[in-house]
Structure formats: structure tokens, C-alpha cells
Write a protein that binds this ligand. Structure first.
Ligand code: NIG
Ligand code: FE
Length: 428
């Protein structure tokens, strides 16, 4: 009886996602385990029991009661792919794209990622922290209790380290769990693109100067590369990611986002934890991901916002046995949304997932995409007490009321992470 206890009662449905503590694939994704009439007991930062209300109340008569009042309880969502560390928004590019200028052409003209790099380099760590904290609070207010945050708009030793220190400060000051990823290989910075042999020189900087500091100071758990025609080639990506693995980091890739370029094949070869985007993945790429057990993190908000008519082949990935996760890709260029349930809506309406598949993709498989499948993503005994409570009565309403904000409250590691009534007064 040493730890504080909280008992969540009176949920119309409790979606537990209970099952194996690893990425789910194929038919395993089709059952999110929806239970009626169960209560959830939290002790300290862990889930202690899921079961009969009265029995659990008798076990812990001292428990603080959270009355779910006929709402739906789910695991807190895991947003396994964001680029939340940036300064100004890039709304001017939206009209350019609408007028027919492609994303990669905007980058070639010095906009896109380059515009965010110029902006971030001029800002202090404190300024970037102040900009990022409300964005993560907005994610928390949409039911996210674990979020992966990438660097990638610094692209110099100093500015990448500055970005990762902001991520470190955020994880020390916000209740949500934050997983830091080093994305120094997000672009070749313009000052290197302009030099003869600049690509080689930038990769040397990444591998021999940035990576050792990131690893030594434990500033990131994963390394990521934008492996895409026009950005980093598969050979360059392999070199950077192999060095990152030797330095003790996990591996992720932005792969086949706009064009098939061998990114998924490389992710499989390297046994990457996740390969992300995959809108243009090849059949060989799908096979490589399946045999490696790499999580395919799909980002339908990005394709929507870029005005693309095609989406990643989610059904073919699932049928091939690849575990699929869903995430926001929250970033200033291609996906400026912090609305996680909207991504579930797109999972159903654009990727043709069932509601259960999209929820498993946003919980268990999102957790697997950041190496945390044994800790979060399920309401099951021993898992971290990461929960979200929704103002709906049936879980199918979660993707249905699209664009709506129906998260009443969330808890991360047993502590309040968001409360609807307190949303505007939440302090970092
Ligand atoms: O995931 N594709 C690369 N990175 C981001 C976009 C970055 C940006 O445009 O600022 C993405 O879509
Ligand atoms: Fe991304």
C-alpha cells in the first residue's frame, strides 16, 4: 500500500490493446481489445490491474477515483514521428504548392527545410523551448502521452546540439514521455551544397563531429536520415546509419516519401526499428521490411497536406506482414497538425484501415517504432500508466468526429498530462 493509487471507473468502453509486448502484424492488428464494464487500477506510475470495478475498489479502498462518466478510455497515444523543434511557420509554401510548385522544387529554390534551418540557426535555445513547449502540450491535449521529437533544422554541430538540448529540456519539464531522435541528415545544408565535394564533407561532419557528441552526451536514442532522391542516397544513408548504430543509437529512416529510391530496402537490410512515410515504397521494399520486422510508420497527414492523391499502401504492407504505425509527422513544412485523432481518421478513410487497426497503429505499434513496446501502448498490468479519456461512448467515434478535440484528459506515467478544463492554464 505504499504507492498512491488511482482507480478509473465507469468507462463505457476500455480499449486495452492488451497482447504481446511487441509490434503487431497482420491479423494481430485487427483486435484492439474493447472491454465494457472494467475498471483500471493505477499504482504509482504503473497499471496494477484491469478488471471488475467492485473487486478493485475493495483491493485499494484508499484509491483516488476518476469517474470516466461513460466516456472511452484508451492507452495514451504514441506519436512516433515529429519534427517539433522549429521556429517560424512556413505557411507561404502552401500557396506555392497550390499554384503547382512541387515540394522538392521549393527546396531547390532555398525554401523548405532550408528556410527552417536559416530561421532556427538565428534563435536561442530558450526561444526554441518557448516555441516547442505549447506544441507538445497541444499534442498532449489530443491524447498523446509519448512523443518522438527529431532535430534536423540545425544541420551544423552547434545547431543540432542546440535542438537536441531543447528536446532534453522539454522532457525534463513536461509530463509526457519524449523520445529524442538525431536527424542531422535531414538535408545537405546550402553552404555544403554550394561547395565542390560538399556532400562528402557534410557526411564527414555528421559522422565524425556531430554523432560523437550526440552519443557521448546521450542526446538522442535514435538516428534518422531523409533517404530520398535529391536528398541522401541509400549508400550515404547506410554510411551514416551504420556509424550511428556503432555509436549505440537505434535506426530510423525517412524512406520513399515522394519517390521510390531504395529507402525501404535499406531499412530492411539494416534492421531499422522503423521506416517512415513509404508513400512510394516498392514491392521489394515491402518484402525487405517484412523480413526484418521493421515497423512501417505511415504519415497520412503529410500526403493530405501536400495535396497528393495517393497514400502509402497500408493494406499491402499489412498483408505482407509488416507492422504498421500511424503518426502525425508534425512539422512546419509538410504536416503542421498536432491532432492525433485526425491521423486515425485518415488511417481509416485514406489508408483503408479498420478502426481497431488504426488504434493499434497509434498505440502498440507506435510504441514499437520508438523501441518502447514493452513499456507503453497497452492498458495491461505492468505497463506504464499512460491513458487517455475521451468524450465519446463508442471507440468508433474516435476517427468519426474528424478534426474534433474530444480528449477529456490524459495521464502519462500516472501523472496528469492534459486536462480539458485546464488546457489553457497548463504550465511547462
Ligand atoms: O517528414 N521529409 C522530410 N522531412 C519532413 C518535412 C520537413 C520540412 O518540410 O520541413 C517530413 O515530411
Ligand atoms: Fe518526417
Amino acid at each position: 500500500m505504499s504507492e498512491n493509487a488511482t482507480l478509473f471507473v465507469n468507462a463505457a468502453q476500455t480499449v486495452t490493446c492488451a497482447g504481446p509486448a511487441r509490434a503487431r502484424c497482420g491479423p494481430e492488428m485487427a483486435d484492439a481489445v474493447v472491454r465494457a464494464d472494467v475498471a483500471v487500477l493505477v499504482e504509482g506510475d504503473r497499471i496494477a490491474a484491469v478488471g471488475d470495478h467492485q473487486t478493485l475498489r475493495n483491493t485499494r479502498v484508499d484509491a483516488f477515483i476518476v469517474d470516466c462518466a461513460g466516456g472511452v478510455l484508451t492507452p495514451g497515444f504514441v506519436d512516433s514521428h515529429t519534427h517539433a523543434i522549429f521556429g517560424r511557420a512556413r505557411y507561404e509554401e502552401q500557396e506555392l504548392r497550390a499554384a503547382g510548385v512541387p515540394y522538392m522544387e521549393i527546396a531547390r529554390r532555398g525554401g523548405g527545410i532550408h528556410a527552417s534551418v536559416r530561421d532556427l540557426r538565428a534563435r536561442s535555445e530558450a526561444d526554441l523551448f518557448e516555441a516547442a513547449a505549447p506544441r507538445l502540450r497541444a499534442l498532449a491535449s489530443s491524447g498523446v502521452t509519448t512523443v518522438e521529437v527529431k532535430s534536423g533544422y540545425g544541420l551544423s554541430l552547434e545547431d543540432e546540439i542546440k535542438s537536441l538540448r531543447v528536446v532534453q529540456r522539454l522532457s525534463q519539464s513536461l509530463p509526457m514521455r519524449i523520445v529524442p531522435t538525431w536527424l542531422g541528415a535531414h538535408e545537405i545544408p546550402l553552404e555544403f551544397r554550394e561547395r565542390a565535394n560538399g556532400r562528402r564533407l557534410y557526411i564527414d561532419l555528421l559522422v565524425h563531429e556531430m554523432l560523437p557528441v550526440v552519443a557521448r552526451e546521450r542526446l538522442a536514442r535514435f538516428a534518422d536520415v531523409f533517404c530520398e532522391p535529391g536528398v541522401f542516397t541509400p549508400n550515404e544513408s547506410r554510411e551514416i546509419l551504420t556509424a550511428a548504430r556503432h555509436a549505440g543509437l537505434g535506426i530510423k529512416l525517412h524512406a520513399d516519401e515522394l519517390e521510390a529510391g531504395g529507402g525501404a530496402e535499406l531499412a530492411g537490410e539494416l534492421n531499422a526499428t522503423s521506416a517512415d512515410h513509404l508513400a512510394a515504397v516498392s514491392q521489394a521494399g515491402i518484402a525487405a521490411l517484412a523480413s526484418a520486422g521493421t515497423v512501417a510508420t505511415l504519415l497520412p497527414g503529410t500526403m493530405l497536406f501536400l495535396g497528393k492523391t495517393s497514400q502509402a499502401p497500408a493494406r499491402r504492407l499489412i498483408d505482407a506482414g509488416v507492422p504498421v504505425a500511424l503518426a502525425t509527422d508534425f512539422n512546419p513544412g509538410t504536416s503542421p497538425t498536432t491532432n492525433f485523432p485526425l491521423i486515425l481518421t485518415l488511417g481509416v478513410s485514406q489508408l483503408h484501415l479498420s478502426v481497431a487497426e488504426s488504434i493499434v497503429a497509434g498505440t502498440v505499434n507506435g510504441a514499437a517504432a520508438v523501441g518502447l513496446a514493452a513499456r507503453t501502448g497497452q492498458l495491461a498490468v505492468g505497463f506504464s500508466a499512460d491513458l487517455a479519456l475521451w468524450d465519446i461512448h463508442d471507440v468508433r467515434e474516435l476517427p468519426y468526429w474528424y478534426g474534433a478535440g474530444r480528449c477529456r484528459a490524459s495521464w502519462a506515467r500516472g501523472k496528469p498530462c492534459h486536462s480539458h478544463d485546464l488546457a489553457l492554464t497548463f504550465t511547462g
